[in-house]
Design a protein around this ligand. Sequence first.
Ligand code: SF4
Length: 448
Amino acid sequence: MSLTSLLEETRNLLKNNYLADDRPWVIAFSGGKDSTLVLQLVYEMLLELADQAVKPVHIVCSDTRVEPPNIAEYIHSSLRQIEEHAKKCRFPLFVHIVQPTPDESFWFNVIGKGYPTPTSTFRWCTTKMKIKPSRRVIDQIVKEYGGVIILIGVRSAESSNRAKTIKAREYNSRGMHSHEDIPDALIMSPIAQWDTDSVWHYLFTNNPAPWGTDHKFMLNLYRQANGGECPVALDLNTQSCGNSRFGCWICTVVDEDRSMRGFIDSGATELTPLYNFRNRLKQEIRPNSAMRMNQRRDGSPAPGGKGPFTPEARQMILKELLHLEVETQQALIDDDEMIHIQRQWSQDFDTRGTLVLAMAQKYGRNIKKLKVSLMSVRPENEKKDEILLELAAEHEINEQWIDELMNLVVRKYPPSNLTSNKKALLRDVQMVIEHAVTADRVAEENDF
Ligand code: SF4
C-alpha cells in the first residue's frame, strides 16, 4: 500500500473512532518512533477537529527510575513541549509520566529485599516498574469514565511474531480488540500496517512535530543505539524491551546492552561507568554464590543455594551505586527508595536502623531530609527510647534513670519473661527510683 493510501486509511480510522463515542483515549507513549507517529497523527487530528476536539486524550509514558539519562532527558523535554503546546491550543490532552512506587523500584527490590537482578526467565521488573504504574493511571481513567480506548504503536513489520499476534486477535467492527487484563478497555493499533520506512518517511517529511519537537534528535538517538526501541508495556505479552533499544540502563535481562554500547561508541562516554556497573552486576555479582543466601525470603531452601543477595552483598551494591553517583554526578537512586531500603534492612538485619544513612552521609548525599524520614523508620525500640527521652527532658528527669528503667522492662524482664518475675521487676524498679531520689537530693545539696 502506498504511503498516501496508508495515511488516508489511518487518519479515517482515527477520526471515525474519536468521534464515535465518549470513551477517552490513552496513548501509550515510549518516546520511540512508532508511538511518536501515533501521537503525531492523533495530534494532527485534534488540530483539524478544532472545536470538535473535546474528548480527553491521555498520554501515558513510563519512567522506570532507571532510564538511560540521555533518553530520560529527551522524553521529559518532549512531554513538556507537548503539554505546553496542548495547553495553548486548549486541547483536552493530559500527560502522565508514571513511575514505580519506591517499593516497586529496581533498587528497593535488589538492594532492599535482595531480589536477584532480572533475567529473561525471572523478569520481575516489567510488572513492577512498567505494567503496575501504567495500570494505576489507566484504572483511574476507567473508573472515572467507565471505559477507555488505548492506542498503541505496534506494527506487523516489527517481527514475524508481532505479525502473528496482530493477525490472531479478534477485532470488532471498528478495528479494535479487548485488553486481556483491563475490563472495559479496548486496544487500537492505528499503525499496525505501516512499515518502518513509511514511519520514518512520515516523521521526517512532517518535521518538526506540531508541538515543536525536532525529530532529528530522536533519529540521532536511534542511529547511536543502532535502531529499535523499548515499547510501553501494558501486559506481559509485550515483547521484552531488553533486547531492543531505550531500555533501562541497568537492564540485566540482555546479555549485552547494545544500545548503551552504541551511545558510548558514538561519543557519550559519560555513560561508560553506568555500562560497566550493569556488567558487574550481571556478570560478577549475580552469579557469585558467596553473595547469595541459601534460603529464600520465606525461609524455604533456595534451589542451588542461589537465594536473595546476602545482607553484605546488598550493602556492597548500595555502596557501589552511591560511589557511581559521585563519579558520574548523576542522581541514580532517590531518597524515598533509600528510606524504603532502610525500612527493609531494619527488618532483615540492621537492628539499629542506621546503615543507609551512614552510607548516604559518606557519599555526600544531602542527608537532611533523608535523616528526618529515616527517623520515622527506625526500629520500634529506638523510637520508644526517643519518645521517653523527650518526656524525660520535658519533666526534668535525668536520662540515666530512664535508661535504667528501660533496661529493666525491655532487656532484664521482657514481657515474655514477666509472669514469674513480676515481684523481682517491682523490687528493681523501686531500687532505681530510690537511687534517683537519693541522687537528686545529693545534687540539690551540693548545688550541681
Ligand atoms: S529494560 Fe530490562 S530491566 Fe527495564 S523493564 Fe525492560 S526488561 Fe526490565
